[in-house]
Design a binder for this molecule. Structure first.
Ligand code: FNR
Length: 351
């Protein structure tokens, strides 16, 4: 289990707490995820503070107001009645991007009709698990496109889904009547062999790439060779380096330790985003310094939602924006691109 969110045990039932905050098996990866960002050390410059700081970035030929996005997460409605819509509204207001999980309990059209209204907002993306037939994928994707979503995030690191052991032990299960209005088909069930028969493959991705006119973002890449192949075969527009927050299998490498290598193997051919274990604006600064173009935030959003609903989430986002701006200013940089290019970041072994 994560050591960071013990206080929420008083707010959430134990089953829901464990579902959102535990990791796979012994949660070794989850704990390492949180520690890994904190092992890097920034070496600031003095007497070079800028007059102002901008968090704006260039992404998909647009300007985004900040490098932050909310990671797609299932069932946010179980955490607080404000649920997906509350988080989406807080994101739009605070200039964070928002990625809606296909396991969200709110219809995708309701989210976009509110989010897209905000003028100075981040991106709105839809996360997709390819359940069902090719025809069902295309029918959901055309709905996503009609609703105004700006990219399709295809999650490829969870062909087999496990609920964290701690959540099952605490009696967690998704209620049979839980609404799932954004799925392309029924999630595969049955024996491992039955589930694996439907696992998404490189050939499926090639097929999807030809049929889908939205930008495609592949979520869950950890191996630089996979990142290279995705670029060599032009199979996506961006990659999310992610271990799913340590939820799929345990003992997987923290993203902080592979990010630099993946950024090098991608060599500016597509954008690189990262998540897993990011718990503060300082962790975000490290991720940017290691080469990420943008950063996804997972469990900190759940914690803020549980504690304060949509307002709690908006407050968290405002604080992180201020803190990242202050870190950049102290280090002597006025833009994210300058910070990424010139910041001196070290691993203790290099001292
Ligand atoms: C997730 N994540 C996830 N990812 C995805 O692609 N589709 C999904 O439906 C979900 N659902 C989900 C539920 C819960 C409870 C959690 C905690 C996570 C993974 C998520 O997008 C992201 O990769 C991680 O949460 C990032 O790690 P941190 O920041 O939570 O440590």
């Amino acid at each position: 289990m994560s050591t960071t969110y013990q206080n929420l045990k008083d707010i959430l039932s134990s089953g829901i707490y464990e579902y959102f905050f535990s990791g796979a098996d012994d949660s070794v990866t989850l704990r390492e995820n949180e520690l890994s960002w904190k092992r890097f050390q920034i070496v600031p410059r003095v007497m070079s503070s800028p007059r102002s700081v901008s968090l704006e970035i260039d992404f998909f030929e647009k300007k985004w107001p900040s490098p932050f996005l909310v990671a797609p997460m299932a069932y946010l409605g179980m955490v607080h009645e404000h649920g997906d819509l509350g988080v989406a509204l807080a994101s739009a207001a605070q200039q964070f991007g928002f990625i809606l999980s296909c396991h969200a309990t709110t219809p995708l059209e309701l989210i976009s009709s509110h989010f897209l209204r905000e003028e100075l907002r981040g991106p709105l993306w839809f996360q997709f698990y390819p359940y069902g037939s090719h025809a069902e994928w295309l029918s959901l994707i055309s709905r996503v496109q009609r609703a105004g979503y700006e990219a399709l995030v295809v999650t490829v690191d969870a062909p087999v889904k496990w609920t964290p052991k701690a959540a099952i032990d605490a009696g967690f299960s998704v209620p049979a009547n839980c609404p799932q209005p954004n799925l392309s088909g029924v999630p595969p069930r049955g024996s491992l062999t039955d589930v694996l028969k439907q696992a998404f493959s490189w050939n499926d991705l090639k097929w999807l790439r030809e049929k889908c006119s939205l930008p495609i973002v592949i979520k869950g890449v950890l191996n630089p060779e996979d990142a290279s192949r995705l670029c060599d075969e032009s199979l996506c527009d961006a990659i999310i380096v992610s271990n799913h927050g340590g939820r799929v299998i345990d003992r997987v490498i923290p993203t902080a330790y592979v990010l630099k290598e993946i950024v090098a193997s991608v060599a500016n051919r597509v954008k690189v985003l990262v998540d897993s274990g990011i718990r503060s604006a300082h962790d975000v600064a490290v991720a940017l310094a290691l080469g990420a173009d943008a950063v996804l935030i997972g469990r900190p959003v759940v914690a803020a939602l549980a504690e304060g609903g949509a307002q709690g989430v908006a407050h968290l986002f405002s604080r992180w924006r201020d803190e990242l701006s202050a870190i950049m200013a102290v280090c002597g940089f006025s833009t994210i691109s300058d910070f990424k290019l010139n910041i001196d970041i070290r691993w203790p072994k290099e001292h």
